[in-house]
Design a protein around this ligand. Structure first.
Ligand code: NDX
Length: 258
C-alpha cells in the first residue's frame, strides 16, 4: 500500500506536528480565555498592524490549506486507496468553500495583516500535515470498524459543514453592504448558541477525525475547539453586555449545556 507512493511517510514529523498542534491548542485555550484573537470585533484599533480587506485576507489566509494538499496529490504516484482520496477531497472541499466562496461573500471588517500571515503559515502546515498523513502514512483496512467510522464521520462532517455555512450566511445577512455594526443573530442554531458557526466548524472537524481515526485529524479537531471555543464564549459575553434584549436561554457554544 505504502510502496506505491513516491514519498515515504515521515512518521516522526507527523507525530511531532500533531503533538505541537495539541500543545499549541492548549496554549491558545489558556491565552484566549483571558484575552482575544485580535480580529473581527476584537481588532486592535491602536493602528499597530496594517489592515487588509476582509475578502482578500480570508482568501489568502485559507488558500494554502487547499493548495498544499492539491499539490501533494499531484506529485504523489498512484491512485490507490479510495478512503484516503475521499477524505482528502473532503478536506479540500472545506477549504475551497472557505477560501474561494466564504471570502467572496464576507462583509467582515478589515483584517490585521500580521494575523493573516500567521494564519497562512498555520494553514500551510496543517494542509501539509493532513495531506501527507493521508497520502503517505494512513493504511486502510476494510474492517467493519473502519467502514463504520468512515461513514459515521463523513455524515457528522457534512452535518457540521451545513450548520457552519448556514450560520455564516445568517451572520452575513445581518449587515447591509458597507455596514460593520453588530446585531443579535437569530434563526437556525443561533436560537440556541451565540457561536453557531463555530459549533458547526467543531462538529465538522470532529466528524473528520472520526472518519479518518488518526492522530493528525484529532489534533486539528482539538486545536479548532481550543481556538474557536473561547471565541464563542467571548462573543456570547459581548452580546450579553451590549444587548439588553439578548435571549437569556441562549448558551455560548454547546446547545443547552455551555
Ligand atoms: N482562521 C482558523 N498563534 C484563523 C485565523 C487566525 O480558519 O499564530 C484558525 C481559521 C489564526 C488561526 C486560524 C490559527 C492560529 C493563529 C491565528 C492568528 C494567530 C494564531 C495563526 C488560522 C497564531 C501562534 C503565534 C501562537 C501560533 O466585522 P467582523 O469581521 O467581526 O464580522 C463578522 C460577522 N459577524 C457579525 N455581523 C453582524 N452582527 C453580528 N452579531 C456578527 N457576528 C459576526 O460574521 C465576520 O465577517 C463573520 C464571522 O465572524 P465570527 O467572529 O463569528 O467568525 P470568525 O472568527 O471570523 O470565523 C469565520 C469562519 C467561521 O465559520 C469559523 O468557524 C471559521 O471561519 N474558523 C475561524 C477560525 C479558525 C477556524 C475556523 C478553525 O480553527 N478551524
Amino acid at each position: 500500500d505504502r510502496s506505491s507512493t513516491s514519498m515515504q511517510c515521515q512518521e516522526l514529523l507527523v507525530q511531532g506536528l500533531s503533538l505541537a498542534m495539541i500543545f499549541g491548542g492548549v496554549l491558545h485555550f489558556i491565552c484566549l480565555m483571558k484575552s482575544h484573537a485580535a480580529y473581527g470585533r476584537y481588532v486592535d484599533t491602536s493602528g499597530s498592524s496594517m489592515m487588509v480587506p476582509a475578502r482578500l485576507a480570508w482568501f489568502l489566509q485559507e488558500l494554502p490549506a487547499l493548495l498544499v494538499p492539491l499539490l501533494l496529490m499531484l506529485i504523489t504516484d498512484g491512485n490507490d486507496g479510495i478512503g484516503r482520496h475521499l477524505m482528502l477531497w473532503t478536506f479540500c472541499l472545506h477549504y475551497f468553500q472557505r477560501s474561494c466562496i466564504y471570502s467572496l461573500l464576507t462583509k467582515g471588517r478589515p483584517y490585521p495583516l500580521n494575523i493573516m500571515l500567521l494564519g497562512m503559515v498555520f494553514c500551510s502546515i496543517n494542509g501539509f500535515l493532513q495531506a501527507h498523513y493521508l497520502l503517505h502514512c494512513a493504511t486502510y483496512h476494510n474492517t467493519w470498524f473502519s467502514d463504520a467510522c468512515l461513514l459515521a464521520g463523513l455524515i457528522i462532517f457534512f452535518i457540521g459543514m451545513g450548520i457552519n455555512i448556514h450560520s455564516d450566511h445568517i451572520l452575513r445577512s445581518l449587515r447591509k453592504p458597507g455596514e460593520i455594526s453588530y446585531k443579535i443573530p437569530r434563526g437556525g442554531l443561533f436560537e440556541y448558541v451565540s457561536g453557531a458557526n463555530f459549533f458547526g466548524e467543531i462538529v465538522e472537524w470532529l466528524g473528520y477525525a472520526v472518519a479518518t481515526w488518526s492522530l493528525p485529524t484529532f489534533a486539528f479537531a482539538f486545536f479548532t475547539i481550543c481556538f474557536i471555543g473561547p471565541r464563542a464564549y467571548h462573543h456570547h459575553r459581548f452580546y450579553k453586555e451590549k444587548f439588553r434584549d439578548f435571549p437569556r436561554s441562549r448558551k455560548s457554544l454547546i446547545p443547552f449545556i455551555f
